[in-house]
Ligand binder design. Structure first.
Ligand code: CA2
Length: 152
């Protein structure tokens, strides 16, 4: 029985479309959810799209994915650059992981160039704005079709 893809969003991403449109664009997170769900539907996949400002809640959701999801698409927001706890949870999840960012983090401040998520991820998509969520769904569909079960 196929399970949904967890699309997990970290801190401040609830502000999308409300603040800093020059960096993150004008779509709200709800707009992004709708386009992600629509793309997934065309590929016969379901998504469970969530956002939290809490590191602990993100860790809990990643643990939940081990039982309840076929894969994880993660925009961990600023926790990308700080959280060993998220890395440890991803490493234990035994599910394919795609790291996702709206902005091209490598064109931004040096502290955004390091990611604790990347070592646990199959791949990284960044710099394409909300379109990146659709690209991530397509990439996850390919991974699942190939039978990927974990990142490493
Ligand atoms: O580019 C991304 O998707 C990021 O994950 C976004 C994070 C940032 O810390 C990462 O380095 C890259 C920040 C999310 C904050 O989103 C906002 C949206 C609108 C207004 C203010 C913040």
């Amino acid at each position: 029985m196929p399970k949904p893809i967890f699309v997990l969003n970290g801190p401040n991403l609830n502000l999308l479309g409300v603040r800093e449109p020059t960096v993150y664009g004008s779509e709200t997170l709800d707009d992004v959810r709708l386009r992600t769900e629509a793309r997934a539907r065309t590929m016969g996949l379901a998504v469970d799209f969530r956002q939290t400002n809490s590191e602990g809640e993100l860790v809990g959701w990643i643990q939940e994915a081990r039982e309840k999801a076929d894969g994880i698409i993660l925009n961990a927001g600023a926790y990308t650059h700080t959280s060993v706890a998220i890395l440890d949870a991803l490493s234990a999840a035994e599910r394919p992981v795609i790291e996702l960012h709206l902005s091209n983090v490598f064109r931004r401040e040096a502290f955004r160039h390091h990611s604790y998520v990347s070592p646990a991820a199959q791949g990284l998509i960044c710099g394409f704005g909300p379109k990146g969520y659709e690209i991530a769904v397509e990439a996850m569909a390919d991974l699942l079709a190939k039978g990927a079960s974990k990142a490493t």
